[in-house]
Design a protein around this ligand. Structure first.
Ligand code: MN3
Length: 258
């Protein structure tokens, strides 16, 4: 198969990653971690379009802080991006600082995250989930109807019966998720679409998540209070209702096609 430069770079970084880890095994005989990595990780290729690499830095939003108004207000966006997201990045960089594998794509670390420092799980998830989240949203200043393409609707119908059933199930799960976390639409290994929730900053790419709930995240909603409290206070249900108005379905479709 012909390799493009991007694939080559990823493959190379994984080969290096593996070497370092094998080497570190010599000094840590009790380590049970095996880092044989999947070089064909489609997830990592997909992320290259929007995710940076170590040392990580705050990505620019694809719109201005007030662009999601009236559905998400400017102050929430600004604090969410410059304070919360930035904090995950700072802590992630700190956690990866002296790790030989720190150049490996986050999605590869997620596959073995149960064996890594908890700070990598929490803050790596925090950086990844938020970077995805910003891309999954788009402005809708005129409050226009925001339906996905026929192609997405067909795929959703196949798995959930109808778009409305899917919307209701997704909203219910997001609403009922206890405490802080995320609700996702994923594509699993069998290309099946599913709705799953993850606590804290976990995501469906992580090995700490039940095998049946793992897959590529296509769409996700942040239901931490910091994502909506200033505008909606305790009314998570309204925040979720309004989320449907600002979903960037083109981005979701691109991931679905991968
Ligand atoms: Mn958040």
């Amino acid at each position: 198969m012909k390799q493009n430069r991007r694939q080559f770079l990823i493959t190379t970084s994984f080969a290096t990653f593996g070497l370092f880890l094998n080497k570190s095994w010599l000094f840590a005989s009790n380590a049970k971690v095996s880092f044989e990595t999947d070089f064909n990780s489609m997830d990592a290729f997909l992320d290259k379009d929007f995710l940076d690499e170590y040392p990580y830095s705050l990505p620019k939003l694809p719109y201005s802080y007030d662009a999601l108004d009236p559905f998400i207000d400017k102050m929430t966006m600004e604090i969410h991006h410059t304070k919360h997201h930035q904090a995950y990045i700072n802590n992630l960089n700190k956690a990866l600082e002296n790790q030989s594998f720190n150049k490996a794509p986050l999605v590869e670390l997620f596959k073995k995250v149960s064996t890594l420092d908890k700070s990598i799980r929490n803050n790596g998830g925090g950086h990844y989930n938020h970077t995805l989240f910003w891309q999954m949203l788009k402005p809708n200043p005129n409050n226009a109807e925001n339906l996905p393409s026929e192609k997405i609707i067909d795929a959703i119908k196949k798995h959930f019966g109808s778009f409305d059933t899917f919307k209701k199930e997704f909203s219910d799960k997001a609403l009922k998720l206890f405490g802080s976390g995320w609700c996702w639409l994923i594509k699993d290994k069998q290309n099946k679409l599913k709705i799953v929730t993850t606590p804290n900053q976990d995501n469906p790419l992580m090995d700490v998540i039940d095998e049946k709930d793992r897959g590529l995240p296509l769409l996700g909603i942040d239901v931490w209070e910091h994502a909506y409290y200033l505008k909606y206070q305790n009314r998570r249900v309204e925040y979720i209702d309004n989320f449907w108005k600002i979903i960037n379905w083109d981005f979701v479709e691109k991931r679905m096609n991968a």
